[in-house]
Design a protein around this ligand. Structure first.
Ligand SMILES: C=C(O[C@H]1C=C[C@H](C(=O)CCC(=O)O)[C@@H](C(=O)O)[C@@H]1O)C(=O)O
Length: 277
């Protein structure tokens, strides 16, 4: 079921599939609800899947004001969307940028969170020096998008080292991912980087020890950077589990779809426990 909701003047596109325990699905930068389509068919028998196009992405509005994309603003939008949907508590799954949003949402609105699942994500950058440097990098990337267009940006983006393992996937899967990345507007992607990029958000490193709900961190074995981040995060989480998935890089849900699906479903249906816990 596809719906649109207005939240503080912004129209959000939402897809809902299945029945059972609600799970909120938050895609990554250049993603959309389509990110989850290959997985929902396996989850919908047991979980009510609620996917959102994040501000600036897909069929959700892409406002011109950078401030509107601040990750705290978007997390509040998510809370208001759940209220409109009548959902008091949900499992929350975020991939990459969507994981940073999921973590922001969990820190700000823990009352809504049953369990938290973060795929290839981070709590942000620890120091203001790192954040300033990253904001400058993301500003340059945002200007590239605006000056050269989304297609040129996607050509560049899909070839960064972080996604090198995706070349192992079939042409069909790679083409579908490319088409998902191409659907957005330049202003939406550029302002998403400026407003909710890794350098623009607060650091949640010091908030991790306060997160009492079960938290599952998933990273791909070949994604050294985000496995390193996850290994540090799990030490700080009171109820954290880290699963490193072999033969996968940053996009675990694509590169090891069955394993990812099973991990998430087991974690959700067992209330935050995994086999052998
Ligand atoms: C390249 C880095 O940062 C980017 C990498 C991943 C994030 C993401 O959401 C990518 C999703 C995708 O394209 O499949 C993105 C983000 O969190 O906004 C980061 O900009 C890096 O080395 O940190």
């Amino acid at each position: 079921m596809n719906m649109k909701f207005v939240v503080r003047g912004q129209t959000y596109y939402v897809e809902m599939h299945g029945k059972g325990q609600p799970i909120l699905l938050l895609h990554g930068f250049t993603g959309s609800c389509q990110t989850w389509h290959p997985l929902v068919s396996m989850w919908e028998q047991h979980m009510q899947c609620i996917a959102i196009d994040i501000l600036g992405h897909g069929q959700t509005d892409a406002p011109s004001s950078v401030q509107r994309y601040h990750i705290d603003m978007v997390a509040q939008d998510v809370a208001m969307l759940l209220e409109q949907l009548g959902i008091k508590k949900a499992h929350v799954l975020g991939y990459s940028m969507g994981g940073r949003l999921a973590l922001t949402f969990a820190v700000r609105y823990p009352q809504y969170v049953q369990t938290l699942i973060l795929e290839s994500s981070s709590p942000g950058l620890k120091t203001e020096e790192e954040r300033v440097k990253r904001r400058e990098e993301d500003e340059r990337l945002a200007q590239f998008i605006e000056q050269h267009g989304v297609a040129s940006f996607v050509d560049r983006w899909e070839n960064i080292p972080l996604f090198s393992s995706l070349k192992r996937l079939s042409e069909d899967v790679q083409q579908r991912l490319r088409e998902e990345r191409l659907q957005h507007t330049a202003i939406g992607l550029a302002n998403s980087l400026r407003g909710m990029g890794t350098g623009a958000q607060p650091s949640w490193w010091e908030a991790l020890p306060q997160l009492m709900f079960p938290t599952l961190l998933i990273c791909g074995e070949d994604d050294e950077k985000f496995c390193r981040i996850a290994s540090e995060m799990v030490q700080l989480l009171p109820n954290g589990t880290l699963i490193t998935v072999p033969n996968a890089g940053h996009v675990v849900h694509l590169e090891q779809r069955e394993r990812f699906c099973t991990l998430v479903q087991q974690f959700v249906l067992r209330g935050g426990l995994l086999h052998g816990d």
